[in-house]
Write a protein of this length. Structure first.
Lengths: 109, 112
């Protein structure tokens, strides 16, 4: 079964600390993985996708097929990073996004 | 407008009433999705429309839920005989031929 697991509901860090939001997936085949972010009172938006291999707002995520993980990392968290983060996967033969339950990141000053 | 729009932004209804939620996708986007966002449940896929193909209804939680997409554009999600557990934020997203989905602001449904 296709599944995305985000084990942490809440992650709290202080400004300047490193951040890692965990994401594990279950999928037979080669999934395409995404991180979506929802800032307070804003709509859900794409943060990054693994095939782009880019850094957005200082965040990176590497697909580890051996560990079936796609953790989101940032070396130095900023207060404006406080938001809800969702990991998602999509299969090539459908266009449905399967989301994890989300992790709320709180960055304290 | 440039983005996906949804109406109403908030809807409060009494248990047992029917509700209709509307989604206006980005012009030219062939795919349209409905999701439900509940506290502690994350984002739950409901239904997916792609062009003129039959919709993928595999995520609809019960036969009280239905959706239409008229003319390949606007979509309406209908919930009949609403229950308190239907209370959630209902999100619509549209997508061009790529997999990048653009989300609307959502409709917050409260069933009393």
């Amino acid at each position: 079964a296709q599944r995305v697991t985000q084990p942490e509901k809440l992650l709290s860090v202080f400004k300047g600390a490193p951040v890692e939001l965990k994401c594990n997936y279950s999928y037979s085949g080669s999934p395409e993985l995404f991180w979506y972010v929802q800032y307070s009172r804003q709509r859900l938006q794409l943060l990054l996708r693994h095939i782009s291999r880019e850094s957005i707002k200082g965040f990176t995520a590497d697909l580890n097929k051996g560990e079936t993980s796609f953790h989101l990392k940032k070396p130095f968290a900023q207060e404006e990073d406080s938001a809800m983060y969702y990991c998602a996967l999509i299969s090539y033969n459908t266009d449905k996004l399967i989301f994890g339950t989300g992790t709320r990141l709180q960055v304290f000053p | 407008g440039a983005g996906v729009s949804q109406s109403p932004s908030n809807k409060v209804t009494e248990k047992g009433k029917d509700v209709e939620l509307r989604c206006d996708p980005i012009s030219g986007h062939t795919a349209l999705y409905w999701y439900r966002q509940s506290l502690g449940q994350g984002l739950e896929f409901l239904i997916y429309f792609q062009g003129n193909s039959a919709p993928d209804k595999s995520g609809l939680p019960s036969d009280r839920f239905s959706a239409e997409r008229t003319g390949g554009s606007v979509s309406t999600l209908t919930i009949q005989r609403t229950q308190q557990e239907d209370s959630a934020v209902y999100l619509c997203a549209s997508s061009p031929r790529t997999v990048h989905q653009f989300f609307g602001p959502g409709t917050r449904l409260t069933v009393l």
